[in-house]
Design a protein around this ligand. Structure first.
Ligand SMILES: Nc1ncnc2c1ncn2[C@@H]1O[C@H](COP(=O)(O)OP(=O)(O)OP(=O)(O)O)[C@@H](O)[C@H]1O
Length: 446
């Protein structure tokens, strides 16, 4: 990663040089008056600025410095401005803080302390940008509550948007914890039924006999313990959306009853005689391959076709490009706020571990993992240990390093294939012989 840009506004050439030298961890751009400083600000957009208040034409006062500060904060309000002031200018420095400067540091300069203040300013700026980015993502999120930048996932969201206003039955396929219910809720919100209820039931979590009465309700005395008439979940969802999770786990007898309901749009409560009309849109989900299951006789084919007018497949988290870190930051922000913890940052190792983990439990696993880490973390940073993940090998995203590694790998492969014959290897690689020699030299290959 390139160095962070730091703007140093200082009219004393000696001091400017000293600052450049001691702050070599940054890409320092300098200015010695207001105009130049503003030009540098526009050009480089530094996150942090250090600034002397006494600038020409008022080197002994603070009018130029304070005017510059005001301009900077108008033009780029997130900029962290650190005032470098002399002892006698303390009142000006405090005025600058009141105007919105980030901090002040007294001359003579102590390089270590100043470095620390600057590093913190960059850190804070980065955090604020990250939060802003997250808020932005949430606001352009395709569906309420869905965080993703992955093309396949975004496509699913767009499909949900498209089918929501129709009356088509939707089947969501995806691993456990991948967001099926969240998408079903999103679909309900975007449909014309959004002001009615969204009722969900998980077929795998309820025993067969109970599931029937949960779905269709029961009359008083229908079975032991049925003390009063109770409407089923389908009835409760009347006018709204009914979400049947893990439909693949539904027993055959119930499948038949559900099919009848879908055909006739009426229900009969357990132990009841009358038919009740119910208008619901059914959305179902499963982690199983229902089509294969239907083909093998494990699920009614006629029911399968009724439920699956539109089938949307949700990719597992491990296949979503970039979503791991994105979701990790989202949950970190969410849980720092809900657990009233000051903002915690992920260590580089923690992010690498998050990227490396396969997340078999998908988004739910990550949500739980980060919640636990936020609660348990001791320091200001979340580490792989806090997350309960093994240390990740930090993946390099430096393009040059990646290119070099790829170059090296393919050269070794080509040379091995032609048993070290340079002419043939150069041909395979599509480069000239001298170029191959140069590359081999560069990579220390003999
Ligand atoms: N893309 C996402 N952005 C933000 N939160 C998400 C996302 N996907 C899932 N979640 C959250 O992860 C948790 C699990 O999601 P959900 O219950 O929708 O998964 P599911 O596929 O229905 O799981 P199961 O099949 O086990 O019932 C929920 O708390 C949900 O809010």
């Amino acid at each position: 990663m390139g160095k962070n840009k730091l703007l140093v506004v200082e009219d004393d050439a000696g001091l400017q040089k000293q600052l450049r030298w001691s702050l070599d961890a940054y890409d320092v751009v300098a200015a010695d008056d207001r105009e130049t400083a503003l030009a540098q600000l526009r050009r480089h957009q530094p996150a942090v600025v250090t600034m002397d208040l006494g600038l020409p034409p008022d080197p002994d006062g603070a009018s130029e410095g304070l005017a510059l500060l005001s301009h900077i904060l108008d033009a780029a309000p997130d900029t962290k401005v650190i005032i470098l002031s002399g002892n006698q200018e303390r009142a000006y420095a405090l005025k600058a803080i009141a105007m919105g400067a980030y901090d002040f540091h007294q001359k003579p300069l102590d390089a270590d302390t100043l470095s620390l203040v600057i590093a913190r300013a960059f850190y804070l700026h980065a955090m604020q940008q990250e939060n802003r980015r997250m808020l932005q993502i949430q606001s352009d999120s395709p569906l309420a509550g869905i965080i993703s930048r992955d093309p396949a996932m975004l496509k699913v969201c767009r499909s949900v948007e498209k089918v929501a206003p129709s009356s088509a039955s939707v089947m969501l396929l995806g691993d456990s914890g991948s967001g099926k219910e969240l998408l079903a809720r999103g679909l309900h919100q975007l449909s014309t039924r959004h002001d009615k209820r969204f009722v969900a039931i998980n077929c795998a979590a309820i025993p067969e006999q109970l599931l029937e009465s949960e779905l269709f309700g029961y009359e008083k005395g229908a079975f032991t313990g049925a003390q009063r008439q109770t409407p089923g979940k389908l009835e409760l969802a009347h006018g709204g959306t009914f979400f049947l999770d893990e439909i693949g786990d539904m027993a055959p007898a119930l499948q038949a009853k559900l099919l009848r309901f879908l055909q006739e749009r009426v229900i009969e409560r357990v132990g009841g005689r009358s038919e009740i009309s119910v208008d619901v849109r059914v959305v179902c989900a499963t982690h199983r391959n229902l089509k294969t299951l239907a083909a093998q006789g494990g699920f009614r084919e006629d029911l399968y076709y009724r439920l699956s007018e539109i089938v949307l497949t949700i990719p597992p988290l491990r296949e979503r490009a970039g979503d791991r870190a994105l979701l990790a930051h989202h949950f970190r922000n969410k849980f720092c706020a809900s657990e009233s913890r000051s903002m915690l940052a992920f260590s580089a190792e923690a992010l690498a571990a998050i990227e490396a983990h396969a997340w078999p439990g998908n988004v739910r696993e990550m949500e739980n993992c980060i919640r636990r880490a936020v609660i348990m973390a001791d320091g200001p940073q979340l580490t792989p240990a806090d997350l309960g993940l093994p240390d990740g090998q930090e993946e390099t995203l430096n393009l040059r390093q990646v290119r070099e590694a790829a170059e090296y790998g393919v050269m070794v492969k080509a040379l091995a294939r032609v048993d070290g014959n340079i002419v043939k290897a150069a041909e395979l690689l599509g480069v000239s012989r001298p170029t191959l020699y140069d590359l081999m030299n560069h990579h220390g290959l003999k």
